[in-house]
Design a protein around this ligand. Structure first.
Ligand SMILES: [Fe+2]
Length: 307
């Protein structure tokens, strides 16, 4: 059975299930601590054991936090959030993860940010990554908070500062943090199971891209995940199932987005929600992925041209 054949049968978040889960539904009981791994081993550590409760430095002034996210209570594909320190000394928190229920992590976040006083803003980049939005705002109620249009509709009582997808907000932290919505993708009106599109965040100082589901990276994949996931960098499987808008021009627009990112952003690292963080070689691997995906993009162009 091929990887593609398996997707329809597994209600995996990577393709089909929702992440609109309460924290109570997630495995947040892990309070283990570990020493910060060396740069060379971060990827393996995260990919093989994506349950780190701690801030993990990824380059200069940037930290990534791994959390558990289990599909059908068995397959741990992990999830993440990141913290960027700006040149002003203030912090930007990118996304929330169920690890926020771990007191060890909260203690570290508080120490880093002076009990949250130095958190300038919290930004939620993925329309369907919603399980920790309220938790994070409750922890740091004085921080400005920006979300995707779906978030604002889903949590109308939360004190939102703004819609992150608006151009002024996407540009708010430039040039230190550049935020972009992939062109050609279904970001504003995706179906409930289409998690492909998200706002990409580039942190210049650490040469790191933080991206949720559009990209996934795993250095190693163990059974049973190995039945349907391959090691390496990959696009979310919804790319050809609604991730790209059904217009003849859209596949090429998405390709151009990737090419422009590679041209504009000097990045080495790619932090993905599922399953881990690629340390080094990020640009080369993204270029290789785009090349491997050219046939699929061509097929989509052909398909959409017939409509
Ligand atoms: Fe996801």
């Amino acid at each position: 059975m091929s990887r593609e054949d398996l997707y329809p049968e597994i209600p995996i978040e990577l393709g089909y299930a929702s992440e609109d889960l309460s924290n109570a539904e997630l495995n947040t009981k892990d309070t283990r601590t570990f020493n910060t791994p060396s740069r060379a081993s971060i990827t393996h550590h995260m990919a093989a054991n994506n349950s780190s409760p701690l801030l993990v430095p990824i380059g200069s002034n940037f930290w990534n936090i791994r959390g558990d996210f289990k599909i059908v209570k068995l397959l741990n594909v992990g999830t993440h959030m990141s913290v960027a320190r700006l040149s002003t000394g203030k912090f930007l928190i990118i996304d929330g993860a169920p690890t926020l229920n771990n007191p060890t992590l909260v203690k570290e976040l508080n120490e880093l940010t002076s009990n949250g006083e130095n958190i300038e803003a919290i930004i939620h980049t993925h329309p369907f990554h919603t399980g920790s939005i309220v938790t994070l705002s409750n922890l740091y109620p004085n921080a400005a908070v920006y979300g995707c249009p779906r978030h604002l509709k889903m949590f109308p009582d939360l004190k939102w500062t703004g819609d992150l997808s608006e151009p002024t907000n996407l540009a708010r932290w430039q040039p230190e943090v550049d935020l972009r919505i992939p062109t050609g993708t279904e970001f504003f009106a995706p179906s409930e199971h289409n998690h492909f599109s998200t706002i990409w965040a580039y942190h210049r100082d650490s040469k790191t891209i933080h991206v949720d589901d559009t990209l996934g990276y795993a250095q190693t994949v163990r059974f049973p995940l190995s039945m349907f996931l391959s090691p390496g960098l990959s696009f979310h499987p919804m790319l050809s199932r609604g991730g790209i808008q059904p217009r003849a021009e859209a596949p090429n627009e998405f390709k151009t987005f990737i090419q422009t990112v590679m041209q504009d952003w000097d990045f080495d690292n790619i932090a993905t929600a599922h399953m881990g963080v690629m340390i080094g070689n990020g640009k080369r691997e993204l270029a290789a992925l785009l090349e491997r995906t050219q046939g699929e993009l061509d097929r989509l162009t052909k398909k959409f041209s017939k409509k």
